[in-house]
Design a protein. Structure first.
Length: 81
């Protein structure tokens, strides 16, 4: 624990390599879910659909991104599948 001004704080930044990779994964999840939301909105999908996509990609990053890539529509409105 780190003691700052009488308050004890956990060693958040002293967790080593495992903590660093967890932090990178969190950042990657946030970036990927933000990209999926913006991409869904740019393709003309409703805001509700874009939020569902964002939450899905945030909670299940790899599977959510793969599912979104499969269901999203091409720029000229033809399905990818």
């Amino acid at each position: 624990m780190v003691n700052i001004g009488g308050f004890s704080l956990p060693n958040f930044f002293n967790v080593g390599a495992v903590g660093f990779f967890w932090f990178l994964q969190l950042i990657l999840q946030i970036v990927l879910s933000t990209w999926a939301y913006r991409d869904a909105r740019q393709r003309g999908n409703s805001k509700e659909f874009a939020i569902i996509v964002m939450v899905g990609v945030l909670l299940v990053p790899l599977a959510g991104a793969i599912v979104y890539f499969l269901i999203r529509e091409d720029r000229n409105d033809k399905p990818i599948i």
